[in-house]
Write a protein of this length. Sequence first.
Length: 356
Amino acid sequence: MTTPLRYGLIGTGMMGLEHQRNLYALEGADVVAAADPVEESLNWARFTAEGRDLACFADYRELLRADLCDVYVISSPNFTHRAVLDDVMGTGKAIFIEKPLCTTLADVTDIRERARSYDNTFWVGLEYRYMPPVARAITHAAAGDLGRVVSVALREHRHPFLVKVGNWNRLSVNTGGTLVEKCCHFFDLMRLVAGADPVRVVASGGQDVNHLDELYDGRPSDILDNALVIVEFANGVRASLDLSMFAEATVNNEELSIVGDAGKVEAFLPSGVVRVGRRADGPRGVREEVVHDDRVLVEGFHHGASYLEHLDFARCVREQSPALVTADDGWWSVVMGLAAQDALTQRRSVLIEDYL
């Protein structure tokens, strides 16, 4: 067996612990250190370690100075990503950075440019593309089973934002806004399926139900809780997003539909159902199956996607091969979210060229 990769966790909140649990199940991975300024969060990491050795630090910079790790997994709050990346990139070690890559256009553009010449693996955590039913639907589209892709539709109907430490996710200045924080996953999927870059965005939405009476340091919560977004791509593909953060009364929280000139595929979560059919066969020819991936050892919060993403990430680190989810992917997902936020708040059609 090859020498285990030594991982350090920067941020041990909900997603940091998700990565910790997945990495403990991953062959050839060893979580050796963790850092978080909140003692309760760090204690959760100690608890999750279940007796394994875990060096703990209140300041991630102390973790970096200890030089215990081959890989750093960054799951700190969105608004800290730029500063943390500045320090971690200085180590030259492999990096896995949770979405969104950064929260502002200036920061995400600077990090993208620096990541292009980074001498180690730089990977952005956009795990939705690894969800087995979603991956199966994308495979059908890429294989030409649907003919020429014409449209992509995504729907997320779910519960409100989860409680985070200090409720940092209740303010857009901390998150980048709902369409960046939450929906960068969906914009990444749109671009992946379309096989082209976006050119125009229109959007409508608001904060109509959630957190309306909440104040944080005297500032009212300002995060969107519902939106409709349409994105046009350079090759003519159109994509839509229907988001509601007060729709717990539903069976499937997330749905993906890809329609081509010869057929259609749909994926549903959490049921795992995938339906695919061709126009020539009509409704009776639609095939349905429940999709899972036998490699998954930890289902976690994302139906095994985090585990599958870590498999690929670890392989790329060991082989020093190009990352499969790059800083460019992270940049596009944030820029699309920023464009959607602007289209919504300014009530206008937004051209992506304005962000280039």
